[in-house]
Design a binder for this molecule. Sequence first.
Ligand code: ZN
Length: 491
Amino acid sequence: MASPRAGVPRPAAKGTILIRDISQLATQNDELGEISDAAIFIRDNVIEWVGKSADLPAELAEADRVISGKGHVFMPGMVNTHAHMFQSLNRCMAQDQLLHGWLKTLYPVWSRLTADSVYTSTQVAIAELLLSGCTTSSDHLYMFPNDVTLDDTIRAARSLGLRFHPVRGGMSAGVSKGGIAPDSVVEEEDAILADMERCITTYHDNSKYSMLRISLGPSSQKTVTHELMISSARLARRHPGVRLHTHLAENEEDIVYTHKMYGYRFGEYIQAVEWDKCDCWFAHCVKLNEGERALFAQRGIGVAHCPSSNTRLASGIAPVRAMLDQGVNVGLGVDGACSSDAASILAEARLALLLQRAGGDPRGLGVREALRMATRGGAANLGRGDVLGQVAPGFAADVVGFKVEGKIAYAGAGIDPVASLLLCAPTSGTVNWSIIDGHVVVKEGVLLAGDVDQQVVGAEAEFDVAGMCAAADKFCRELTAGVSEAALGKQ
Ligand SMILES: [Zn+2]
């Protein structure tokens, strides 16, 4: 029985939804491709039929809810595979630091986090993700100061209706053990493992259309011991569907640190700690060499590419073209709001595309490749490729629609409305419609309340965005009270 602290899961939707007259549908399905004048028929929480509106079978022509897709581009809900939602309250801090200095600036601030502030911080990240077309997200929580638990993030996800893959992280090696985090913010390894097991037992749902699956993720090789990496891998593998996720090969500092501490590189490291199987996906991987990329491809290990974070922290440009060419699965991640200051998978897809061309190759990454990373690439990272990342019969009813007609940002892009989602609207678009698990979560651009406590029976309640933002501002002030602007890294 789930703890009330984590909120109450909303039952899967009941009823039918017909989205018809869609101007352009990018299904991300190899057989269906892109369809103009398209329709999608949803029954309960599953997509039942996809095709041209003109071909809609007569028995599907009516539904409990009919949505007009005229002037819209629809596509599968996007999948975010790397985030730290606890960081949304501390944007624009440590503005000019490399990763390790950035972390050392922020650890003392994060050590003040509480259950209530993490709940609000997570809501902010999720609201941003939903409004920019993401419907499934992982969230890597690796610090548990004061009364913070993973349950607080689950409550936030349920309050907005996001399909959620929280990662129970942890840090055990503080400065006194050679790590980079203060000893005050690390946990005992036995306590980390016990809470990982509690999270799995309490929340992990391995059913086909699950709304919540747990992953395990000690923070990085800089903050945990080999023993914890091995123990968490073995724990995950005792529970079907529990995956493993952490940071790897983020920048030059990581290469130096890993060599100094262990005498080897990333490929040897992940094999030494048993994180070298297809149930693993790693964030960043900016510094993977050719042999390590080959290992990833051979073992089916995934990559969460986070271009905003990598450029903000001057970590480098991940070799995405080479990864794809070598057969590595690549998804996208927004990373934490302290390092990317935003949470839009569409914006990450756009930046990924631009960065792969910055070196001089105009075909470095294509629009369709970038959108595939944002959908199917992400779904594969989370082990959900069978039901997420495509609009096709049998897939989960997770679809998003961007209104392009009548919008300045897309005007004049009628030759390719799908490409306009990336090549136009540089700050990334806002969805007009988002449906998750058969529930409408964004209705005509308005975010709806998602949890059963807030849901008004028989109606759709608007989510209290202003209240959330006010709470976020209050917590931001509390977390940084008494810390100088210089110490926070303000320019
Ligand atoms: Zn990260």
